[in-house]
Write a protein that binds this ligand. Sequence first.
Ligand code: FES
Length: 136
Amino acid sequence: MAGKERMSKASQSASEPGQALAEAGARVICASGDLTDSGDGLRFEAASNGETVPAFAVRHGGRVYAYVNRCAHIAMELDWQPGKFFDAEGEYLICSTHGALYAPESGACRGGPCKGAGLHRLHVWEADGKVYMREG
Ligand code: FES
């Protein structure tokens, strides 16, 4: 019986971080396992500066990053094929329209027609095996 009580308390405290995140207005985008390093990204919609915008999340160097899905060259989505955001080497995010290259960890322009302009980054984080973001 005492063992059951200990297990019950342990599972309660394990779920508390997720509950706190939900109460703070965060929402789950996907499971952490849905994003592989330099693999396909996940498309979703996000609220940013009062509007709903297309967005995407990718994993690079073990970390998850998310951006508004809008090229800095012309306001077009980066992926012609849904979820294909990385170049062939898996090093940069690439716009499929004219080939602008962006650093996955910052969204900064690294070549092509973005000419120094970057992607709009969204704040995301991982906890409890899930990827979260805060709206707004
Ligand atoms: S629209 Fe992205 S590079 Fe031109």
